[in-house]
Design a protein around this ligand. Structure first.
Ligand code: AHG
Ligand code: MN
Ligand code: MN
Length: 334
């Protein structure tokens, strides 16, 4: 018998006491929004959703039409339910308060509405990443400062990958579960529970075109992988780089691997390319919940105290032993 996302969440609430009903509602609504984004992604050129929107986001990146569509779908789906106090997104400069005409809830939702934007027009997997925090107790109203909580404070995190299948991957702190979208039923169906990332791997994911800009420990690690059987690692490594964090992380959850978007010398004042609060934190927690690890080369990503909403971070995540090795190389070179 198949288990729907709704039933999974009800059981997490009722039997396991992991989530309050408000959070369950929130996750259902996010899943519904992802279903609708999946629909738009599927239509592609037929729906007029491909191409550039000719605008820029707060990070100076040119927005694609789908970046904006996905952002609007998530806001419209979530603003009226009464479960949220505010939202934050890669595609919005500042936080979005739930309008006064709707009841205010206790949760804060952060998202990267469309991850892997450079893959939209070429028909390669993309996704949506989300993170849920609780609004700090006792704060009247909501401000950006309320969002600045470490990843360890997340109460739910997930992503939805729009690939050959649409799959929603979720954690509420009780391991990682995967749900595949059944388009005939219109519902997400549980297809894998207790996802585990193998501790060892022979596969790495990094954008090799940045090699000349890398820091010594990253260069050392990749050099050793490239030496293969004849080198210190004594085994051959394979490489993958999809340029959608969602798709790269999904592969790692499925068969292991290490993903890196490290700090590099191109823009030395930026800690990295990926964003802490709606990319690295949710993905880091999912990976940890699946037995993997996530660091910035120096410490656990989930322990970083954010200073800004759109803060960037160096990311190394995936198979535990490999992440520990890269992190050790950073410590040794410090
Ligand atoms: P986004 O599309 O949300 O801006 O994120 C893209 C990110 C991430 O998904 C991916 O791992 C990385 O950018 C790819 O960057 P490069 O093009 O530099 O390889
Ligand atoms: Mn992204
Ligand atoms: Mn994005």
């Amino acid at each position: 018998m198949s288990i729907s996302l709704t039933r999974y969440l009800v059981e997490q609430q009722r039997a396991k006491g992991h989530i309050p009903s408000e959070l369950r509602l929130l996750l259902e609504v996010v899943a519904r929004a992802c279903k609708s984004i999946s629909q738009a992604v599927n239509k592609g050129a037929l729906g007029g959703v491909l191409g550039s929107a000719h605008s820029e986001n707060v990070q100076g990146e040119v927005q694609k039409k789908l970046d904006i569509i996905a952002n609007e779908v998530l806001i419209e789906a979530n603003e009226w339910g009464g479960h949220l106090a505010a939202m934050a997104s890669e595609e919005m400069d500042s936080i979005y308060l739930v309008p006064n005409r709707y009841p205010q809830g206790e949760y804060l939702l952060l998202f990267d509405p469309l991850d892997g934007s450079s893959n939209i027009d070429v028909n390669v997997s993309i996704g949506t990443i989300f993170s849920v925090l609780r609004k700090p107790e006792g704060s009247l109203g909501v401000s950006e400062a309320d969002f600045l909580q470490p990843g360890a404070a997340q109460v739910a995190a997930g992503y939805c990958i729009y690939g050959p299948q649409t799959t929603l991957v979720l954690t509420v702190g009780d391991g990682v579960a995967m749900f595949t979208l059944d388009r005939e039923q219109g519902s997400f169906v549980l297809t894998q529970e207790d996802v585990q990332i193998p501790a060892d791997t022979k596969e790495f994911a990094i954008n090799m075109s940045n090699m000349r800009h890398w820091d010594t420990p990253v260069k050392r690690y990749i050099d050793e992988c490239l030496q293969g059987k004849e080198g210190v690692r004594g085994k051959d490594f394979n490489m993958r780089w999809i340029a959608s964090m969602v798709a790269d992380v999904h592969r790692i959850l499925t068969r292991g691997g290490v993903f890196m978007y490290p700090w590099d010398k191109r823009e030395p004042n930026k800690p990295g390319k990926l964003r802490l609060m709606y990319e690295a934190n949710p993905m880091g927690w999912i990976v940890e919940q699946a037995g993997g690890a996530a660091t910035n080369g120096h410490g656990r990503i989930l322990d970083i105290m954010p200073q800004q909403l759109h803060e960037r971070v160096s990311v190394i995540l995936g198979s535990r032993n490999e992440v520990e090795r890269v992190t050790r190389y950073h410590q040794e070179s410090a």
